[in-house]
Design a protein around this ligand. Structure first.
Ligand SMILES: [Cu+2]
Length: 136
């Protein structure tokens, strides 16, 4: 029994330290997700993002039904770390051209980040989705 618990502790310890040592696979530089009636294509550059400089995020938003670019949305991004509470950075993306929104995020630590995207078009309910971004 005691041996079993000791073994568990060692395995847990190894698991945690290995996770910090093994280089993480970067997430794809272009990812697509569905947010309610919209399809969102996220491009991250550089990929993987550097922890020393802000990451450039660009989001293209189209209506799923028609493929039409969504040009009048308010796009709010919130980035947070998945494995710990480092707070949440909220960013309002700037409209760059019809359907294209850009923002910079400070992903200041290596690991898995979650990017929460909220899209609000006047007259329609807000739609949300999440992306995973891995920094190194
Ligand atoms: Cu962290």
């Amino acid at each position: 029994m005691i041996l079993g618990i000791g073994f568990l502790i060692v395995v847990t310890f190894l698991g945690t330290s290995l996770e910090a040592l093994i280089p993480r696979k970067p997430t794809a530089p272009v990812q697509v997700a569905q947010a309610g009636p919209y399809q969102v294509t996220l491009q991250v550059s550089p990929n993987p993002p550097s922890i020393n400089q802000p990451a450039n995020l660009s989001l293209q938003i189209v209506k799923k039904a028609s493929g039409q670019l969504v040009s009048n949305a308010r796009v709010i991004l919130a980035s947070s770390m998945q494995s710990m509470d480092m707070g949440t950075e909220e960013i309002v993306a700037r409209s760059q051209s019809p359907g294209l929104y850009q923002a910079q995020a400070h992903l200041s630590m290596g690991g898995s980040w979650q990017l929460h995207v909220q899209i609000t078009v006047p007259g329609s309910p807000a739609a949300t989705t999440n992306f995973d971004i891995t920094t190194q």
